[in-house]
Design a protein around this ligand. Structure first.
Ligand code: VAH
Length: 321
């Protein structure tokens, strides 16, 4: 059995779907603190309501399902955690400790926990950011991810726990909406374009950020989790890259398909967060250690996103005109 904690989130929903395809729906337990907004989550396979801060509740789920693998994805993302810093720290850290301790107690084979480019900060070299470098994250989310990475490595060394992690760039997919991130504009913009609505972007048009299409993020996660343990040389978290683009460039790629689509720029507090993050990532260690290669560039992502959102309106966000 595989347990996905935070299965209702942007990544969790897609990862649960993918894992159920590979391992069989009944072998993948979806857990989330909120009842599913996507009916598929509970219809296609087992679902449990779980607050990862509830140690006893987590213990019961671990006892009941004895998962061989746990994907712990529950967290507050960058923008949300800045508005709720203490809860952001509590959920991101105490939630991680509860999962790590439960995994050691129940002898879980492998534990996955996502990190982020948010671990880098204003003094980190921003172009082709190396695996090992200055990291001075300025957001609570980034601080929690940096601390969490070091705890993963510690649990690996002290308890032999097979923990694995990736520093995701901004993730973009059509099946699920992001929740409170700084890179969410790159998802929202497609929904507005398909609705035929103009989009007001909360970042400046020349804000370059590392980004990745969801199929690539899922491939990287599963490639990492399926690699033999001896190939995983980094037990904090691997840099992971695919492409970088700015709001102007993603707008132009959409206008190739929808020429009348218009975007205006109204930077908000998320601009400062974006300006503290890398513009591009050196992920040579992921390529070297476990064979990472991305498939999607901006053009391919835009064509695929627009096609799915136009042909499968159930995924289209309901937007006020
Ligand atoms: C966020 N989407 O914006 C997340 C991610 C790199 C960005 O960590 O907070």
């Amino acid at each position: 059995t595989i347990l996905v904690i935070g299965a209702g989130g942007q990544l969790g929903f897609e990862l649960t779907h993918e894992l159920r395809q590979i391992y069989g729906a009944s072998n993948v337990v979806a857990a989330d603190v909120r009842l599913p907004k996507h009916p598929e989550l509970a219809d296609a396979g087992p679902f449990v309501q779980l607050d990862v801060l509830d140690k006893a509740g987590l213990g019961e789920v671990m006892q009941r399902y004895k998962p061989k693998q746990v994907y712990h994805l529950a967290a507050l993302l960058s923008a949300t955690a800045e508005k709720n810093p203490k809860f952001g720290w509590e959920l991101n850290m105490d939630g991680l400790f509860n999962v790590l301790d439960a995994a050691v107690e129940h002898g879980t084979g492998r534990v996955y926990w996502p990190s982020s480019i948010a671990v880098f900060g204003p003094n980190t070299p921003r172009d082709n950011t190396p695996q090992y470098t200055v990291m001075d994250p300025g957001t609570i989310y980034g601080i929690s991810k940096q601390a969490g990475e070091l705890w993963l490595d510690w649990y690996n060394r002290k308890h032999g726990l097979d923990v694995r992690s990736l520093r995701y760039p901004g993730l973009i997919g059509y099946k699920s909406l992001p929740g409170g991130g700084t890179t969410d504009y790159a998802v929202d913009i497609y929904h507005h374009a398909v609705h035929g609505l103009p989009y007001q972007c909360f970042l400046q048009e020349d804000t370059y950020l590392p980004m990745m299409y969801m199929p690539d993020a899922l491939k990287a996660t599963l490639d990492l989790m399926h690699a033999p343990s001896e190939q995983i040389k980094i037990r904090t978290s691997y840099n992971l890259g695919a492409m970088s683009f700015s709001p102007r460039e993603i707008t132009q790629s959409i206008q190739q398909h929808l020429p009348n689509f218009e975007v205006t720029y109204q930077p908000d507090s998320r601009q400062q967060i974006a300006d503290s993050w890398p513009k591009s990532i050196d992920d040579s260690r992921a390529r070297q250690d476990w064979g990472w290669t991305p498939q999607f560039d901006l053009g391919a992502m835009t064509a695929d996103m627009l096609k799915h959102l136009q042909e499968e309106p159930q995924y289209l966000a309901p937007l006020a005109a």
